[in-house]
Design a protein around this ligand. Structure first.
Ligand code: SF4
Ligand code: SF4
Length: 141
């Protein structure tokens, strides 16, 4: 599917809201610590949580559109409040898109269909009952 060039400044920040799992490494935690001028231990405690024994992810916070979002997404501006200090996962996003972003395409498509932003398309995930084929899959950003 062809994708258009995306513009995060025109988006509602799907990628920061819909993924429960935004992985952070030790390097990411040190970058956050430097940004907030706190220790790495404090940054880890305040901004991240355990996802699995081997993985730490960003904490989440209530969000007026999606119900929940990344702790660093500005709920009004819909942008990252720590852009220069964001984790590597976010720096690479949307590397899958071939120059585009599928969520931006959905937003623009519905803007056109609905004649504006009175209605927004909300994208989310639900977990299906475990089967052999989906048990190992996840929805990491
Ligand atoms: S969903 Fe796409 S267009 Fe929207 S903020 Fe994220 S990367 Fe940008
Ligand atoms: S750190 Fe910033 S870019 Fe990454 S998910 Fe959170 S708000 Fe989005």
């Amino acid at each position: 599917m062809a994708t258009s060039t995306f513009n995060c400044l025109e988006c509602i920040g799907y990628c920061c809201a819909i993924y429960e799992r935004v992985k952070v490494t030790q390097k990411d935690i040190r970058r956050l610590a430097k940004h907030f001028q706190i220790s790495a231990a404090e940054a880890r405690e305040r901004f991240t949580k355990v996802w699995s024994p081997r993985e730490q992810v960003l904490r989440r916070t209530p969000d007026p559109i999606f119900g929940e979002s990344c702790i660093f997404q500005d709920p009004a501006k819909r942008l990252c409040s720590i852009y220069e200090a964001r984790p590597e996962t976010c720096r690479q996003w949307p590397s899958h898109g071939g120059g585009g972003c599928v969520y931006y395409d959905v937003l623009k498509f519905e803007e056109h269909q609905q004649g504006g932003r009175d209605f927004l398309p909300i994208v989310t995930f639900i977990q299906l009952p475990a089967t052999p084929s989906n048990a190992e899959k996840n929805h990491g950003k």
